[in-house]
Write a protein that binds this ligand. Structure first.
Ligand SMILES: N[C@@H](CCC(=O)N[C@@H](CS(=O)(=O)O)C(=O)NCC(=O)O)C(=O)O
Length: 215
């Protein structure tokens, strides 16, 4: 039975979809329009009480929080498709460490840039340039740490691609595209090579292809 993924048009669901593709897991998508407030509808809140995307339904199993969903499928289907968790407890510990870094150090600043530069203009709210400058500076400091880490290993958790790298794909795609700050990646040699590697994966190309066709 295909996994139902709610809200494919948005970044956090797209990291789940990329994970499912890497694992060779069948999925179907259910559109949810944030601009129409469909994520705050009673039926949706039954699935996700905080009213945010994504949610997945796999038979009678429902899960929200994109990183928890990825960890679930990466573990349940560890031997299928790409191993995204590393080959030892120590490697998995590093995957979890860098996934937490993505969630708590990287995501807040890139999410702020996304809201300010992509979402606010779409709803007629003025962009707060001071907030943009602050987020850009803080994100730059995070990317400086990534540059040092990626000068020591090909991927964040080590010499293997993992959930930690995959989780960065959707919002970094925004950063180099509609947010218009590709320089933040290209000005850092190792981060730039890392981005070319992970965004060049077939799974991410497939996500972008599906997105271009409107899911
Ligand atoms: N921690 C959650 C956050 C999800 C989240 O913030 N989703 C956004 C969409 S996305 O931009 O992250 O893809 C959302 O639903 N925002 C609407 C809202 O939260 O009201 C996760 O990773 O699933």
């Amino acid at each position: 039975m295909a996994v139902k993924v709610y809200g494919p048009a948005y970044a956090s669901p797209k990291r789940v979809i990329a994970c499912l593709i890497e694992k060779g897991i069948d999925f179907e998508t259910i559109p949810i329009d944030l601009l129409k407030g469909e994520h705050k509808a009673p039926d949706f809140l039954q699935l996700q009480p905080f009213g945010s995307l994504p949610v997945i339904q796999d038979g009678d199993y429902t899960l929200f929080e994109s990183r928890a969903i990825m960890r679930y499928y990466a573990a349940k289907y560890k031997l299928q498709g790409t191993d995204l968790l590393g080959g030892s407890m120590e490697e998995t510990g590093l995957v979890d460490q860098w996934l937490e870094v993505e969630a708590h150090n990287f995501n807040p600043h890139i999410y702020s840039l996304t809201i300010q530069i992509m979402f606010y203009p779409a709803v007629g709210t003025p962009t707060d340039e001071k907030a943009v400058a602050e987020s850009e500076e803080k994100l730059g400091k995070v990317l400086d740490v990534y540059e040092q880490r990626l000068s020591e290993s090909k991927y964040l958790a080590g010499d293997f691609f993992s959930l930690a790298d995959l989780s960065h794909l959707p919002f970094t795609q925004y950063l180099v595209g509609p947010i218009g700050k590709e320089y933040m990646i290209r000005s850092r040699k190792h981060v730039s090579a890392w981005w070319d590697d992970i965004s060049g994966r077939d799974s991410w190309k497939r996500v972008l292809e599906l997105e271009s066709k409107g899911w």
